[in-house]
Design a protein around this ligand. Structure first.
Ligand code: MSP
Length: 518
């Protein structure tokens, strides 16, 4: 059976506020998912929420709500956010759902039965805010802990530990032999450097329920709940498992699988995550999977972080970009375009309002918008909206961009793909200036030439709609509708010269990106 292309995002902390960083990651994943579907792959795109842990428990308490009621309210906000970004996720996981919790417990039972865990007393420091154990190595030169850890308390408690150390050499070998497992390459080197220069500490996978009860109870010891990262990472496999995915080990998957089960999604093709959570995904997660006997994901794809005006975004200083406000003012495609065009997957990015407005006006309004609007308006004016006979003057240039875009999409080079697509936008705008159809129209002797020019322009617009569809789905749909074409331009194979038939009547041209002059 063929395998579905499976891409996941990090699951966001439910108590956080949806911001540019969350939006960026989800939009990148959405473009990758849409482009795979467009190229004919069945796809599974998963995103969702990380809902357990101390911070959630405390925040709920502070608002006088039960943690579940608190999570339910926020989950509605996050789902609205996903819709606002026009994500095409196939599922939305919440770690407080029974379907997730059941599989986490099955994983824990299996690892416990196989002797992967041991119980031990821990004496030392603990950061409640970060839910993490600290050692003297974490102290700053003056002996204090970084304020980011919040209150640090001394603990003396029993917990369960996962034998990470035992798998260290295996992981080094695995990452060395599978160079694509972590991308970009500099992130892989970072992980290998870390693994080669440090002895892995065994991972504490429990928290005493007496101290923290907003978590998944350990199935073999109800006095404890599961460490939130063990719980959260598992989401990538618990959802396929709960859907009866045949790629998941049988003892973890829902049995029997549904009759008309779709092709397996697991192992994931891409876990898209930010650079701050690389260690969890490239160290803990592969070891967890190996221990549970599940195949490993093909790739952890690591993106950089956005700043605003050269500074870290922070709610307390007000230095934030609110994606919802941007979308309400400029439209979702303008937002998607800016983040995808501005920042490649890997390095850090910087949002500036001037940069956003300049791309909006140069590339969207004056570039793409102007091309489509004048091409279709001229076709309407000079040929009553009826497509003339096929002409292939711009075909070689269009075919080159189509092939380039396909190759770049297959490698998830989204920024490169947009650059390539805009080279066609620029070429077609230049073609208008060079051929000057408005002049041709003045002399009936030029009617044949005008037909050719109008065909080439309309056909470029159609191809652009197909190429742009994963990135700017609404705009692509509008171009299609203005061309009078039914359906959505969501099949890459439609990007082939000559699709517009002679005699076809287009729809009504309308500006795609209204100019916003100050
Ligand atoms: N809940 C964990 C992830 C668990 S995955 C099993 C978490 N949540 S988060 O809400 O803090 O972050 C979610 C994602 O947003 C992460 O991949 C993170 O890197 C990303 N970003 C958070 N701030 C960001 C920027 N300023 N810029 C880009 N991405 C950023 O971590």
């Amino acid at each position: 059976m063929s395998k579905r292309f499976y891409i996941s995002t990090a699951i966001d902390y439910v108590n956080g506020h949806p911001h540019l960083g969350h939006a960026y990651e989800k939009v990148v994943a959405d473009v990758i998912a849409r482009s795979r579907r467009s190229m004919g792959r069945e796809t599974f795109f998963l995103t969702g929420l990380d809902e357990h842990g101390q911070k959630v428990q405390q925040a709920a308490l502070a608002e006088g709500k039960t943690p579940q009621a608190y999570c339910d309210e926020l989950a509605a906000v996050w789902k609205g956010f996903a819709a606002k970004l026009e994500l095409t996720n196939d599922d939305f996981v919440r770690t407080t759902e029974p379907r997730h919790k059941q599989v986490v417990q099955a994983i824990l039972s299996k690892l416990y039965a196989e002797g992967q865990f041991y119980k031990e007393v821990y004496r030392g420091f603990y950061s409640t805010r970060e839910e993490t154990f600290l050692t003297d190595k974490d102290r700053r030169p003056d002996g204090t802990f970084d304020p980011a850890y919040g209150e640090v308390v001394e603990l003396d408690e029993q917990n369960y530990y996962f034998r990470l150390k035992d798998h260290q050499q295996w992981l080094i070998d695995y990452i060395t032999q599978n160079p694509d497992f972590v991308a970009p390459a500099y992130r892989r080197n970072e992980v290998l450097g870390f693994l080669k220069n440090n002895v892995l500490e065994d991972l504490c996978i429990s928290r005493p329920a007496a101290r923290l009860n907003w978590g998944i109870p350990l199935p073999f010891d109800p006095g404890f709940v599961t460490y939130v990262w063990f719980d959260a990472l598992s989401n990538y496999i618990t959802i396929p498992a709960s859907l009866g995915d045949p790629g998941v080990p049988a003892d973890l998957a829902n049995q029997p699988p549904p009759l008309a089960a779709p092709p397996s999604a697991w192992p994931a093709d891409i876990h898209l995550v930010g650079k701050d959570i690389l260690k969890f995904h490239a160290v803990y997660w592969p070891i967890m999977l190996k221990a549970m006997g599940a195949p490993l994901p093909k790739q952890v794809l690591v993106h950089g972080w956005w700043q605003k005006d050269g500074h870290r975004m922070s709610k307390s200083t007000g230095n934030v970009v609110d994606p919802v406000a941007v979308i309400d003012e400029w439209g979702v495609d303008a937002f998607r375009f800016y983040v995808l065009r501005e920042l490649d997957i890997g390095p850090d990015g910087n949002w500036t309002e001037a940069g956003f407005k300049s791309r909006y006006s140069a590339e969207l309004a004056n570039g793409l918008g102007n091309l489509v609007n004048r091409s279709l308006s001229m076709l309407k004016r000079y040929r009553n909206g009826v497509v003339p006979g096929v002409s292939g003057e711009l075909a070689p240039e269009a075919e080159k961009v189509i092939a380039e875009t396909r190759g770049l999409l297959e490698q998830n080079h989204l920024q490169g793909a947009l650059q390539s697509i805009w080279s066609l936008v620029a070429r077609a705008n230049q073609y208008v200036d060079q051929t000057a159809p408005f002049k041709l129209a003045k002399d009936p002797a030029n009617a044949g030439r005008l037909d050719e020019v109008l065909y080439n322009l309309a056909e470029v617009c159609r191809i652009l709609a197909v190429l742009l569809c994963p990135f700017l789905p609404g705009t692509a749909g509008r171009i299609y509708a203005q061309l009078g074409l039914a359906g959505a331009p969501d099949k890459f194979e439609g990007a082939r010269w000559g699709g517009l038939a002679a005699g076809h009547a287009i729809g009504t041209p309308a500006p795609l990106f209204p100019r916003k002059d100050p």
